[in-house]
Design a protein around this ligand. Structure first.
Ligand code: NAD
Ligand code: ZN
Length: 357
């Protein structure tokens, strides 16, 4: 069965294109006569971008906190805040920030039109009603959240996306100028998310010409950005993130992402950093990718913050392995259809021990 996947219908790209957001939204405002909700990463609360957000009287702007990765509880609280603000549905939800803020915007858009807690929808195709019109404006690049059909949430029982065609943004605004000011280490970790998406897609058993075409271009842009940077590095990184997201849309990620999900669910380690900490130990699975990743780290003067991972007890490692082991498609992509002969919860625990001790 081939996947029939949806992509973002409207994309604007270019330095300064954020200035066109006002015009884009005004069409929606006149269509619905309602207000807009802006969910903006709180790191911009004291930055110039704050003055450029096209807020109109009657709009709602919420600064979102992303110190913790998005949780179902936080999505539910934000949704309640929007409901309490007006009896009407908003004309749109606009997320401005890194992957976390983008995922929050997707999730709130969906939860405004679907009953119950967002935790009920973690999984595949569980969302029944289309969400509110939603727009993504990335200010960090690498996750591919701007193009994906998922919003990754930590819930009461699992870290798992709400995977739905309705999650896909209606519009994205790709303005490379918005990446300026991202802390270099954070830019690197999030950029490596894209690099690792490409390595996992390009070496996986699900690879096909569609994914390869996007993945090869994305990985070559990552190489330019992190090995031979130039004045267009932010433009290239933004395109790499988009293309890497397109590559995995039609294939899958692999070992690093499976382990990273467990690590972040149990110990709260952020996705980008968690991926890097794990990938560094995966030579056995991705020898060329890991070698190049280390060159990129050295070239960019990045030292992995190994001390941010709290020490984990046996119970926690067991839980992480349980979270990782059930991600069947990731393992199948990485190791082939007979992956259960090659990977077990015990083997996964051994891999975690390499990272954690
Ligand atoms: P992030 O959004 O968590 O942000 C990391 C840090 O960078 C935060 O402190 C944030 O405030 C700051 N930041 C963002 N933009 C900035 C800027 N321009 N200048 C200064 N600081 C800035 O980081 P991320 O790596 O982009 O996203 C990670 C999240 O994305 C995780 O929650 C992960 O689960 C999710 N994710 C989603 C998908 C998807 O397809 N939906 C894919 C991969 C990861
Ligand atoms: Zn990722």
């Amino acid at each position: 069965m081939f996947r029939n996947f949806k992509t973002v219908p409207y994309i604007i790209f270019g330095r300064g294109c954020f200035g066109q957001l006002d015009g884009i939204l005004s069409e929606r405002r006149s269509l619905s006569g309602s207000f807009m909700v802006f969910l903006v990463d709180s790191c911009f609360s004291d930055r110039d971008l704050k003055e450029r957000i096209p807020l109109k009287p009657g709009d709602l702007q919420l600064w979102v906190e992303v110190e913790e990765e998005p949780t179902t509880g936080y999505v539910d609280r934000l949704t309640e805040q929007v409901r309490a603000f007006s009896d009407k549905l908003p004309a749109g939800v606009i997320g401005i920030g890194g992957g976390s803020a983008l995922d929050l915007a997707k999730a709130v858009s969906l939860m405004l039109t679907n009953p119950g807690s967002s935790a009920l929808y973690q999984g595949w195709d569980l969302v029944k009603n289309p969400g509110v019109y939603h727009v993504g404006v990335p200010t960090l690049s690498g996750t591919g959240a701007e193009i994906s059909r998922t919003t990754v949430l930590c819930g009461p029982e699992k870290k798992l996306g709400i995977n739905s065609d309705y999650a896909v943004f209606d519009q994205i605004v790709l303005d490379p100028e918005l990446l300026a000011g991202a802390p270099p280490d954070q830019r690197f970790y999030t950029g490596m998310d894209c690099y690792i998406h490409c390595v996992e897609s390009l070496t996986g058993s699900y690879l096909n010409p569609f994914s390869r075409s996007y993945g090869e271009k994305a990985i070559s842009l990552c190489r330019e950005v992190f090995l031979d940077p130039g004045p267009e590095s932010d433009d290239n990184l933004m395109m790499a993130s988009y293309l890497g997201g397109m590559s995995i849309a039609c294939s899958q990620v692999g070992v690093c992402h499976a382990l990273s999900y467990g690590l972040s669910f149990v110990l709260g380690v952020h996705h980008g950093i968690g991926n890097c900490l794990i990938f560094d130990h995966l030579e056995e699975y991705y020898p060329e990718g890991v070698a190049e990743f280390r060159i990129m780290m050295a070239k960019n003067g990045v030292e992995l913050p190994r001390d941010i991972v709290p020490s984990a007890g046996d119970g926690e490692i067991r839980k992480m392995a349980d979270v990782a082991f059930v991600l069947d498609p990731l393992w199948e992509n990485a190791l082939g259809p007979d992956w259960k002969e090659k990977m077990s919860p015990g083997r996964i625990r051994e891999l975690y021990l390499r990272v954690l001790r």
